[in-house]
Write a protein that binds this ligand. Structure first.
Ligand SMILES: [Fe+2]
Ligand SMILES: [Fe+2]
Length: 186
């Protein structure tokens, strides 16, 4: 019990430190670039440095764990890893908002109490809804339904409605679990 609490505190501290001063190597940016189209790359570059650092960390973990996937599914997983938090671009989210959201347990229902507050409301509501916001934008950009679905469900829930116009990607279950597991570890 104590070990679990300690590792949760460590995890939260690491999240805050990562947001403080993210660093990137040239090699990993070149590596990540290879998985993105020019349009996707532009979206990735619009993400805040802290979110890009996090996305790259998620992508590295996904890459290591994706050996059993088909090459097409691997490519899709890496795209999703790099873009899954793109919905956070809908507000100017500072370190204070990130710390507050983490302190609230990253729970949308807890952050709702602050929605009416100036300077806090918009960033916290975007943090709470970023999966759905990102998926809506990805759909507007006509990205593949599987990529939209991975962005929408990367926190495990089913924020927003899925358009049942196409069959689900055959490896969706595995893709989701790899993405969610990597996201939870970064
Ligand atoms: Fe997220
Ligand atoms: Fe994430």
């Amino acid at each position: 019990m104590k070990t679990e609490l300690f590792s949760r505190i460590l995890y939260r501290c690491r999240q805050v430190l990562q947001a403080w001063q993210p660093r990137f190597s040239k090699e990993e940016l070149v590596w990540a670039d290879a998985f993105l189209t020019p349009e996707e790359r532009a979206v990735f570059l619009e993400m805040a440095p802290a979110d890009r650092r996090h996305a790259l960390d998620v992508a590295h973990l996904c890459h290591r764990a994706s050996g059993e996937l088909s090459p097409e599914a691997q490519q899709l997983l890496l795209k999703a890893a790099l873009l899954h938090d793109m919905g956070k671009r809908n507000a100017s989210i500072g370190l204070v908002h990130r710390i507050l959201y983490v302190l609230l347990g990253s729970r949308p229902e807890k952050s709702q109490a602050f929605y009416g507050w100036p300077l806090l409301g918009k960033p916290l509501s975007v943090l709470a809804d970023h999966a759905s916001l990102g998926a809506q934008e990805a759909a507007r950009r006509h990205w593949t339904p599987a990529l939209v679905e991975l962005i929408r469900r990367h926190h495990g829930g089913c924020q927003g409605e899925r358009k049942l116009t196409e069959p689900e990607h055959p490896e969706m279950g595995k893709l989701l679990s790899l993405l969610q597991e990597a996201d939870n570890r970064c």
